[in-house]
Write a protein that binds this ligand. Structure first.
Ligand SMILES: COc1ccc2c(ccc[n+]2C(=O)c2ccc(S(N)(=O)=O)cc2)c1
Ligand SMILES: [Zn+2]
Length: 260
């Protein structure tokens, strides 16, 4: 029998701590039941303006790979949509599965996608730093984009080509010009709800903006994600796969849609 201790040991260290936070009322990810989402005609279009030269590096942090941006000015921002302020792009990263049947964090009508992109922004109008914004109810805005298996994504390929250089945990590679808007679907439709970070510290500080339409990537590109490692160079290799959090209860929340 797999004792709890052994089972925990099998889990990535990030998940050996309790999976729920006491008193959590707005945890993420959630299942988005399309027919229960409520069209909000007052939702504005989301305006995205990224400056590709704010791109800094790619970093394997032992849980995902992050593409980080210079967020010392308002050069890469989003505004509108459900947001009261403009938010600065800090990083984007992905969550994916070992196989194509699962991998996304959010689901739509209980359907998993093989991967999900998160573009992480913070409210630099009201808070002095990302670390402080992480602790506030309106501190962060994360755009979620589903990835589905299909045609090769040319924009993603420049990123995929750099991944072997960050195979191990705590490796970094310079990545100095990339426009993440090439990873967004052209359809403007989205769902939005109040949620949390999906990794520790799990703080309930995220306005989620989940794009209705997925982008297409091919099998080789998903396999490139799966050859990354959770482990550092010299440690016993553990493939970086299934780095998504289990679904959380909706509780007293409504998911709004920007479309009818
Ligand atoms: C205050 O201490 C912190 C704060 C944030 C941390 C973090 C460790 C990992 C990721 N983060 C993140 O920034 C983070 C975590 C999860 C997500 S997610 N998957 O988009 O919800 C986005 C960003 C520690
Ligand atoms: Zn994420």
């Amino acid at each position: 029998a797999c004792s709890r201790k052994n089972r925990n040991a099998a889990l990535h260290p990030l998940w050996q701590s309790p999976l729920t936070i006491p008193g959590g009322t707005r945890q993420s990810p959630i299942n988005i039941q399309w027919r229960d989402s409520v069209y909000d005609p007052f939702l504005k279009p989301l305006k995205i303006s990224y400056d590709p030269t704010t791109c800094l590096h790619i970093w394997n942090n032992g849980y995902s790979f992050l593409v980080e941006f210079d967020d010392s000015t308002d050069r890469s921002i989003i505004v509108g949509g459900p947001l009261e302020n403009q938010y600065r792009l800090k990083q984007f990263h992905f969550h994916w599965g070992a196989i194509n049947d699962w991998g996304s964090e959010h689901t739509v009508d209980s359907k998993f996608y093989p991967a999900e992109l998160h573009l992480v922004h913070w409210n630099a109008v009201e808070y002095p730093s990302f670390e402080e914004a992480v602790m506030e109810g309106n501190g962060l805005a994360v755009i979620g984009v589903f990835l589905k298996l299909g045609a090769r994504h040319e924009g993603l390929q420049t990123l995929v080509d750099a991944l072997p250089a960050v195979k191990h945990k705590d490796t970094v590679i310079e990545f100095d010009v990339f426009d993440p808007s090439c990873l967004l679907p052209s359809c403007p439709d989205y769902w939005t709800y109040a949620g949390s970070l999906t990794t520790p510290p799990l703080t309930e500080s995220v306005t989620w903006i989940i794009k209705k339409k997925p982008i297409e990537v091919d099998e080789d590109q998903l396999e490139a994600f799966r050859m990354l490692l959770f482990t550092s160079d010299g440690e016993e290799e553990k493939r970086m796969v299934d780095n998504f959090r289990p679904l959380q209860p909706l509780m007293d929340r409504t998911v709004r849609s920007s479309f009818q």
